[in-house]
Design a binder for this molecule. Sequence first.
Ligand code: FAD
Ligand code: SF4
Length: 489
Amino acid sequence: MPTKNAHHYLEVPRQEPVKKRHDLRIQSFGEIYTQYENNMAVSQANRCLGCGVPYCKWQCPVTNHIPEWLKLLSEGNVIAAAELSNQTNSLPEICGRICPQDRLCEGACTLHDGFGAVTIGSIEQFISEEAFRQGWRPTVNVPPTGKRVAVVGAGPAGLACADILVRNGVHPVVYDQQPEIGGLLTFGIPPFKLEKEVVLRRRAMLEEMGVTFILNHRVGKDTSLGQLIEAYDAVFLGLGTYAMRRGNFPGEALPGVHQALPYLVSNIRHHMGWMPDGQEWVQFKDQDVVVLGGGDTAMDCVRTAIRQGASSVTCIYRRDEANMPGSRREVANAKEEGVQFIWNAQPEAILGGTAVTGVRVVSTEMGQPDAKGRRTPQVVPGSEQTIPADAVVLAFGFQPNPAPWFTQYGIDTDETGRVLAPAESQFPYQTTNPAVFAGGDMVRGSDLVVTAVYEGRQAAEGILQYLQAGISQPAAYGNLSGESSPCIR
Ligand code: FAD
Ligand code: SF4
């Protein structure tokens, strides 16, 4: 076991787990980072200074007890570290893999500037993986209360809500329209960032704890929200945000132009053997591919296209690299894998007739910062050029898509379509229908896995308080006409 002294952080540099060589990793869709060996994980954990004020913890959305679990690991107590880690985070093995740590915990580490932050994310992942390998599983230690809550959406928000409910003796029944749990973890994020087996293993653990999943089941079609409100003690909604932003320029409807999420999902389904009958795998072998956008979704598309054997992959973004929203780590990975970037270029039109031939762009310069401090790109007149392309992917992000049935059940949204479910209220994350709570992307707008986990957990606390207060169930809004659904458990 590596020993620790006061100067350990000076003697042992920050070292991330080994990353597979770029020319090898682009030949498969597997995760690109390998797992720490035990000695390496302990040695890296030993770099923690144990600061009096742990800024890393306060910058982590779920306020993980980071210095405490690093210390437990240093002392050789990985099971206790996993117990502690799973107390504050419902998906630590997943957040450890895909949180943008440079903006969160690691960005706040005292060693970040000068010595290299403690590799908090990789160690968080190691602790859970090693504990699972040794046979440890999260357990429920309270008797059942007899209460039942319907959770709609098996994404990170819904899973985190179910995790807290079941740990408090409440039976969560989770509905999702997809054939597998995970939301965007499964049907969005590519396997080179998160292998799907990791999500399937968490499903087995949640089922073992007492969570019921009802999949291939769309609320609003197969069962109404009103039926759930009647049948359960409360309902949680974690439906995500799925309306794709458009560029609003000519050529977006040409054959060969694809929206980012359906493209990524098609590739995941193909590789997992989950492709529904009649749907085709979208793939770009031997094609020149242009991806428009600069966020994490764009990075996932360019790296998927590279792995599909595209001849060239170019990412076009209208701001400069410093103002790109995508995680620095993912941009660096994309560059290593052979993606070309054109910064400060704004698409004006996608060109072609029966097929795409290129994208006409105009150069931009960075102007004054906007209200959020981001500098606005200004078009440079006369700077048009055409980038040749056989396929174009639009990755402009997502906006809320409130369900048409929200109003029927008294669920209000703000002017952008986000469901109103305030954190600061008598019962946190309660919507304007008292029996219905909500969290994750549908409440905060498209964001991160860890923030969805946080909101799902906080909403579960709100639900527990609501159940404890024993407020009688308000009548469900709308006409239920006495129907009952075969899928209400
Ligand atoms: P979702 O994950 O969207 O889950 C919502 C679930 O609700 C879905 O399973 C959906 O099927 C279900 N649902 C919706 N309507 C119904 C209905 N009527 N009936 C039944 N079920 C329904 N975040 C990171 O932190 N790191 C990353 O690297 C990262 N990469 C990303 C890459 C891509 C391509 C995308 C699109 C997002 C990425 N994100 C990343 C963001 C992250 O995935 C989301 O913020 C997070 O998944 C939101 O969780 P959620 O539970 O609110 O919603
Ligand atoms: Fe860091 Fe994310 Fe883990 Fe929090 S959940 S410690 S932000 S990797």
